[in-house]
Design a protein around this ligand. Structure first.
Ligand code: NDP
Ligand code: MG
Length: 334
């Protein structure tokens, strides 16, 4: 069944007119959603940690950041835009007791609600409005008169009014200009985790690393391996983005296209597909969520070790050196 998609005419911003929207966190999503809503005429308050760069950023944009509990108390709609791994603690300690019946608890990623780390009190509906893009794009597209497409979902037992408020919220951040797709907390959370693990972050990074290592171990120059296996990926992904697989294949040489059909399925083979199914099962069963929650409770030792290890990879050193010489790239260093 094709997804239901909502546009500007399906949403009524006036539903938010008498509501106070409290945005917790002025980070990637927070700074974008708060400013877009404010410019759409909504009544927005925000919370941030004092003495942090994002607190100062919020002040420079004319907000007066409140302590989290104060913002939660004043908000009729409380949108949690804190890092996912700290949301549950902040919610239990600083938010939950300040929610009243009739308030709405929002998020832009369903992880904590779906996996039971955040449970709204009786009479408080849960609502998800999730832009399908990073905060800086949510902001810059809105400023240009456009908007990043969003997902919308309501939690168990939520009312029709909550859904309508969600559409209004999506309109306020520009989402209905791009289209808002109706989903569920389960679907948003599970597909988001699957996509980032299997393709976007996990799959692509490992593919690039393995291909780079293969060329370097075979004696090719690391700079050549970097260009072939990492740099040029952008050109291909841009073609996907503009016109899908067909357009990529139309644009590359016939030799490249033949290599794609004949060799691609040997890299992503039946074994890989079976592993994808196992990874999906771990997501659906809550096994991944449990692992990640416990990892954070233990101070994230495995996560930090992986990060340290991969930051020192040869491909990172080679890439850094080459990118500095490519003046047209706005090169970033972490
Ligand atoms: P960020 O890490 O960019 O922003 C979180 C903000 O919260 C930071 O400014 C952080 O401050 C602040 N913060 C941290 N701890 C506290 C606290 N105890 N009290 C108040 N503020 C605090 O997060 P994102 O915007 O990336 O993510 C927010 C939500 O949006 C997540 O649920 C995420 O899954 C979702 N989302 C993110 C997308 C993205 O592309 N980034 C896309 C779609 C959804 P400091 O920087 O000082 O730590
Ligand atoms: Mg995500």
């Amino acid at each position: 069944m094709p997804a239901k998609i909502y546009y500007d005419n399906d949403a009524d911003l006036s539903l938010l007119k008498d509501k106070t929207i409290a945005i917790l966190g002025f980070g990637s999503q927070g700074h974008a959603q708060a400013q877009n809503l404010r410019e759409s005429g909504c009544n927005v308050i925000i919370s941030e940690l004092p003495d942090t760069p994002n607190y100062e950023l919020a002040v420079s944009h004319g907000f007066e950041p409140l302590p989290t509990s104060e913002a939660a108390k004043r908000g009729d709609i409380v949108q949690i835009l804190l890092p996912d791994e700290i949301q549950a603690d902040v919610y239990r300690n600083l938010v939950r007791d300040h929610l009243e019946a009739g308030n709405i608890l929002m998020c832009s990623h369903g992880f904590n609600v779906h996996f039971g780390q955040i449970e709204a009190p009786a009479g408080v509906d849960t609502l998800l409005v999730a832009p399908k893009g990073p905060g800086h794009l949510v902001r810059s597209e809105f400023e240009k008169g456009g908007g990043v497409p969003c997902l919308i979902a309501t939690g168990d037992g939520a009312s029709e009014e909550t859904f309508a408020l969600g559409l209004a919220y999506a309109k306020g951040i520009g989402g209905t200009r791009g289209g808002v797709i109706k989903t569920s907390f389960a679907e948003e959370t599970e597909t988001d985790l699957f996509g980032e693990q299997v393709v976007l972050c996990g799959g692509v990074s490992e593919l690039v690393k393995a291909a780079f290592d293969t060329l370097v171990e075979a004696g090719y120059q690391p700079e050549m391996a970097y260009f072939e296996c990492m740099h040029e990926l952008k050109l291909i992904v841009d073609l996907f983005y503009e016109g899908g697989l067909n357009y990529m294949r139309y644009s590359v040489s016939n030799t490249a296209e033949y290599g794609d059909y004949s060799r691609g399925p040997r890299i992503i083979n039946d074994e890989t597909r079976a592993e994808m199914k196992r990874i999906l099962k771990e997501i659906q069963s809550g096994e991944f969520a449990r692992e990640w929650i416990l990892e954070n409770k233990a101070g994230a030792p495995k996560f930090k070790a992986s990060r340290r290890h991969d930051r020192a990879l040869q491909i990172e050193e080679v890439g850094l050196r080459l990118r500095r010489l490519m003046s047209w790239i706005d090169s970033k260093e972490v």
